[in-house]
Structure formats: structure tokens, C-alpha cells
Design a protein around this ligand. Sequence first.
Ligand code: HEC
Ligand code: HEC
Length: 328
Amino acid sequence: MKMTPALLIIGALMVFWASSFIIVGIPSLTMKETPSEIWRPLSAEEEAGHKLYVKNGCSYCHSLFIRINDWDIGAERIAQAGDYVGVEPAILGSERTGPDLSEDGGEHPDDWHMAHFMNPRYTSPISLMPSWEFLGKREIEQLTAYVQALGGKGADQRVARQRKWKALAVAAYNAGPDQNVEWIHSQVPEVWRHMPNPYPASEAALQRGKRIYQDFCINCHGPIGDGRGPAAKNVFPPPLNFTTLRRHLVDNKYIGGIFYYQIMNGITGTGMPYFKKHLESEKIWDLANYLGVFFVGYTDANLDPKGIDASFEPEWRNPYPPPAVNEK
Ligand code: HEC
Ligand code: HEC
């Protein structure tokens, strides 16, 4: 067969038609408009937030669907066609400069989102997400309502949990600073409350801790750990002041395990996020030593040396001995 311009055009059209049929035709013919088990309609407020999401190009950096190959980045559920019934336009996005948001509802309380939209650097110091302060408070509320609805009925459950724990956290905060810390510590399981930091607070560990603190924590807890970073005015209860914690060591000695547990899991209902998906275990212990040495003035590191990591444990004697028994 001789290749002529007409044949070339017909061939190109056939390839185009066949691929359109496979990519667009088959899915739209076989897709059912049946709602999935988590689907629920959006409220007017959430709908307004969805419009803002589309209008402001959030999808240039965020996707709204989780794929099978996302199990290894901590997915909880794979997206289904029925999740998107009635969403117009359903922009799924393929860029992930930021995280996927399809199940983001209830990951954080509302005040965290308000602070984050005002200035993402408040909550996530090295974030490159733009500030949306120019939208004004009303539209930021609508965006927050939309983001909290992502994940449908599953998100509603998580949001309800955030609200329940927020009420408890606010009550504890209002009871006074010491009662607040006692309450926060009482949430930590017993075995963690008596666990010293297994890694020495070596010079390198403290340098690592400092760097990680600057990248993730500084704009809430502040450069001197007093809880007065620029985000403090946007989250309530405000970020914890570490400098008073010396009064609250468990059995007058332990704090490392409490720090580790809180940093790993976050504190539901408060602005304190979990970092289990962002930071490896050693980095969390480094942070615990950094908070201890620089803000509390005490670390329980190597109180009970276990030699858990010979290759990285220098000979190190803790220059911060446990405080005298009645120093409380
Ligand atoms: C230039 C890229 C970019 C754009 C545009 C962008 N984001 Fe982000 N977003 C990010 C990055 C990066 C993160 C992760 C760091 C952080 O928390 O800020 C993020 C985080 C988030 C989070 C927090 C997710 C979590 O649970 O930790 C939400 C919610 C969010 N973005 C919503 C939005 C919305 C709504 C818009 C549009 C109004 C938007 N983003 C526009 C990059 C972007
Ligand atoms: C968005 C603001 C925010 C960010 C970011 C943040 N925190 Fe917090 N943090 C809080 C709030 C709020 C509390 C609890 C305050 C309360 O309920 O009184 C808290 C509590 C804590 C506690 C509990 C202390 C105790 O004695 O029980 C630790 C530890 C902690 N934060 C460490 C960190 C570390 C380390 C980082 C960075 C990796 C970090 N936080 C990032 C807001 C934040």
C-alpha cells in the first residue's frame, strides 16, 4: 500500500478514535452513577468551597483520587467512581506537588486549616503552597468546609472525633497551664510515659533535631519553644509552651517517651499534627532530645542505656542528670 497524505490522515483519525474509545468511551459506558459507601451530597457551604477549589487551581498541585499503587504511601482506601456522583466538574488532577486530598476531611481540626490557608508556612514551615489570605475569611471558611468534607461519610466521622476532642482540649486549657499539661500527658499510654530516649543527645543528634524543628515545628511552637510562633494566634488551644515542662516529668525523670508518642501521633482535636508519615523514628527521637535539652533544660536520654544501635551510639554521658527528687 502506498503512503499518501489522505491515507495518513485516515490512519491518524483511526488511531485517535480507537484511543478515545478506550480512554473515554468504555469508562463512560460502563461507569455506574451509583454512590459509593462513603458518598454523601455536599452542603451549600461545601459546594461553594468546591467552586473555589476549581477556580483557584488547587488541582495544579493536589490530586483527588487514590490509586492502587498508593498503598505504599499510606493509603487508607482506593477511590471509586461512586465517590464523585454529582460533583461538577470532578477535577481529579494528576499533579502531586502537595498531598492527595481525597480523604483529607478530619485529618486536622478546622482551626489548623484556617491557619494553613492564611499562610501554609504557619503550620508547615517549608511548604511551597501559596497563601490564600487574599480570599478573605469567608472564602477560607468555605474552602475549609469543603476540605473537611473530602472523604464523605468517613470524613464526617473523623471530623466528629476532632470536634469531640477539641472540646476536651479546650476545657483542659481553660483549667490552667499545669492542669492542661497533666491532661495531655494522661492521654499517653503508660509504657510510653516511662520510656527514656534510647538515643544519646550527642552534638550531631541535637543539630539534626534543631534542623527538623525549624522545618516542621518552629512557626507554631516558636524559636524558643514558648509556643508563641506566628501561627499561635490562629490555633486554639495555642501551641504548647515547652519551657514549663520541667515541673511535669513522670516520676521526676521521664519525658522522652511522651514527646515521641505525641510527635508520632499528634494530639487529636488540637492543632498538633501527627508526624508518623513525615518523619522516621530516629528523627522523632532527635526532636525529643532537642526539645528536652534546649527548651525543657533536661533530657532523659540514655538514663537506661540499651545499646540499641551500636553503629551510631558514641560513648556519651548525659550532662543533664535527673532533677533532685523534690524539685517539683
Ligand atoms: C503550588 C502548589 C500548591 C497549590 C497551588 C495548592 N497547594 Fe495545598 N499544599 C501544597 C503542598 C506542597 C502541601 C504540603 C505542605 C503543607 O502542609 O502546606 C499542601 C497542603 C495542603 C493541605 C494540607 C493537607 C494535609 O492534610 O496535611 C490542604 C488541605 C491543601 N493543601 C489545600 C489546598 C487548596 C484548597 C488549594 C487551593 C485553594 C491548594 N491547596 C493549593 C501545595 C499546593
Ligand atoms: C499547627 C501548629 C503546631 C505544629 C506545626 C506543631 N505543633 Fe506541637 N503542639 C501544638 C498544639 C496546639 C499542642 C497542644 C496544645 C494544648 O492542647 O495545650 C502541641 C503539643 C505538642 C507536644 C506535647 C507536649 C507534651 O508535653 O505533652 C509536643 C511534644 C509537640 N507539640 C511537639 C511538636 C513538634 C516536635 C513539632 C514539629 C515536628 C510540632 N509539635 C509541631 C501545635 C503544633
